[in-house]
Ligand binder design. Structure first.
Ligand SMILES: Cc1ncc(COP(=O)(O)O)c(C=O)c1O
Length: 398
């Protein structure tokens, strides 16, 4: 289980190479007949990742002393540097956490915000980003300012200009998604540049981005980046990270370590106490699996699948596609749509019970919509099966 992480695959694999992607699919153990179109909620890790977690627990049961040391060393010497490398960051900039929510809480809690300071964000944030700020509002009198971003998105220019107009001399930090819950892609680099120009910190909720497409954190130029590795990266449930740019670490005080030992780097932001060693160690297995395919190949495959889905949705009367078909404002993995007058969230269970199709609702931005997420293990036949069921339900119920 504690294997070295393979280097990234440099080969270009066609997004529709059936024999290649069928072979990849054979590494997943989804129950026969089921079709998992809800990866944006919780990723479906390949068998090897599940086995790795199991083996880690077996090691702990057989020889706890030895296993604890071995797993902790593997995490420090292989997992953290390997992940940092994949993200274009230094190992000292990565704190390993349980999920994006924990990372977002840490950002808000560790920031030295004073009464009257403003936190600027958008109306499209996940509750995990908004909750910690609301608590600070109640307890410390800071102000949360939410810029309304239209849904469907109109353009990247519009997002930048709306955020720009929201900045005041009181703004201390700007929070925004890299990819929103519904799969909208934000112009992150332009937004981090805007923040830097205006002397504001930039904190990105990247829960829906890592593992879906290449992301280079130093190139993005953000100060903080929060992620859940149990989504698109396909690591075990309960894994995530917080990136804290090296240059701001001395100003960003850890809640966990009082002496602020700089030699710890971002590890000082990790919660104290014993953590789930086998689960965290299996991030290495997930990264190894991902690298063997290659993140560029994954991104192309995802784009092909979501293009196929969008084309199919576009052809169904009554369906309104909320995700844009242009790739600059839509991520490759998640697609949202609605049907006027239909409570689509109520159909989520019907899809599962009647057709073994796992889908999710999408109720942010006032929508009563549905979200379909298509990771690389999904096939175009799976998508067609979903589209056929949708047509049938529309005929029956809409
Ligand atoms: C955009 C976004 N941010 C944060 C989260 C929270 O992720 P987690 O529950 O893994 O912490 C989610 C979960 O779906 C999300 O979509």
């Amino acid at each position: 289980m504690l294997r070295e992480i393979a280097p990234p695959n440099p080969l270009s694999i066609a997004a529709d190479d059936i024999s290649y992607w069928t072979q990849v699919r054979s590494h997943f153990v989804l129950d026969p007949g089921h079709c998992y179109l809800n990866n944006a909620s919780l990723g479906m890790p390949p068998k090897t990742v599940a086995e790795s977690v199991g083996e880690g627990f077996m090691l702990l049961s057989r020889n706890p002393t030895n296993a604890k040391r071995t797993l902790a060393r593997y995490i420090a010497e292989t997992v953290r540097p390997g992940l940092a490398d994949f993200l274009g960051a230094a190992a000292s900039e990565i704190a390993l956490t349980r999920n994006a929510s924990e990372s977002l809480y840490d950002i808000v809690n560790c920031l030295d915000l004073k009464p009257g300071d403003e936190v600027l964000t958008t109306t499209q944030e996940h509750p995990s980003a908004l909750k910690p700020v609301s608590i600070k509002m109640e307890r410390q009198g800071i102000t949360l300012k939410q810029v309304t971003i239209p849904s469907p998105l109109e353009s990247a220019d519009q997002i930048v200009s709306l955020m720009d107009s929201g900045i005041t001399e009181r703004t201390k930090v700007m929070f925004f998604c890299h990819v929103t819950r519904g799969g909208y892609l934000y112009p992150v680099k332009r937004l981090t540049s805007l923040a830097a120009e205006r002397g504001v910190l930039s904190a990105i909720d990247g829960a829906q981005a890592i593992g879906m497409m290449p992301v280079d954190l130093s190139d993005l130029g953000c100060d903080f980046y929060a992620n859940s590795l149990h989504k698109w990266f396909l690591a075990p449930s309960g894994t995530g990270f917080l990136y804290v740019r090296e240059a701001i670490q001395d100003l960003f005080k850890s809640l966990y370590i009082s002496d602020q030992d700089a030699s710890l780097g971002a590890a000082r932001y990790e919660s104290l106490g014993t953590y789930d060693l086998p689960t965290r160690a299996a991030i290495g297995t997930a990264q190894d699996f991902l690298n063997r395919i290659g993140i560029q190949n994954i991104q192309r495959r995802l784009r092909m699948l979501s293009d196929h889905l969008k084309a199919g949705l576009h052809d169904i009367p009554k369906v309104r596609l909320l995700s844009d078909r242009a790739s600059d404002i839509s991520s490759p993995g998640s697609t949202i749509f609605d049907i006027s007058g239909v409570d689509l969230p109520q159909w989520v269970e019907l899809f599962l019970d009647e057709a073994k199709l796992h889908v999710d609702d999408h109720t942010l931005d006032g929508h009563c919509a549905m979200r379909i997420s298509t990771h690389y293990y999904v096939t175009t036949q799976d998508i067609d099966r979903f589209l056929e069921k949708l047509v049938e339900l529309i005929k029956r119920l809409a």
